[in-house]
Design a binder for this molecule. Sequence first.
Ligand code: AMP
Length: 288
Amino acid sequence: MQTIRSTGALVRWRRSLQQEGVTIGLVPTMGALHAGHLSLIRKARLACDAVLVSVFVNPRQFAHGEDFSRYPRQLQADAACCRREGVDVLFAPTIETVYPVGFETFVVVEDLSRRWEGPLRPTHFGGVTTIMTKLLTLTQPDFAFFGQKDYQQTMIVKRLVADLNFDTRVIMCPTIREQDGLAMSSRNEYLSPAGRRAAPILYAALQAGRRAVEGGVSTAGRIRAVMHRVIRKEPLVKVDYLAACDRRTLNPVGRITKPVVLLGAIRIQEVRLIDNVLASPSGRRNLR
Ligand code: AMP
């Protein structure tokens, strides 16, 4: 495995592969790799000739006062992990490489970024779409792999790719969970023991919502009530939002007449957790 730190070397690597007609798969991450990331890397390994993993804790997607400085960083362990998974290139640039002096461009997907996480994490999605524009431009991948865990982010990246005509297929991969249902996340390690015990309640609430949708409850208000009832069992948890939304636009729906995504975000002792499940009113399709 090759570790690349500069954009020039990355472009040279990409050009040499393109000349040979090799397909490239990109897995963008902020590092501290866990089984969720590995599932994306394995999908990429199966689907593409060459796999590129980027590890970059992107300061522009953290708002002031968020956890940028304490976000876990473990490049050596991540590199070992990528090597074991047969990754071809690890792109691990410095902040100065990505944002050299004078950098002043910001790429925003307007409407989708204003929803759910948007108002709670100002500038977050603009930071994501700016770094993604750079990564897609530099690497021109045939496929890019994202987790359903960050459903809104993945839909925003799909919009970005369509709007700016990137020749890349965005693949959304299923959420990987701990045994008790908690979605794996690098931020789970911020949880106290009591917080960790409370955390699976988010998935439990979303599952209850999904069962209600599949059982024929068709008003979003009632679905939300079902989810809130479950969450209330955990006094440590504060809800940011629990919502039934159109899967593509992420607009909240009133009546559930077609498949929806149930989005949830909670705080446990100031640690924010997000999760989601897909739910279909027919109940016949086995959707996550
Ligand atoms: P991050 O390093 O948190 O920016 O995540 C990098 C990529 O891994 C994103 O596309 C995430 O959606 C994805 N990811 C993170 N956690 C999980 C998980 N538990 N299951 C599946 N994908 C995940």
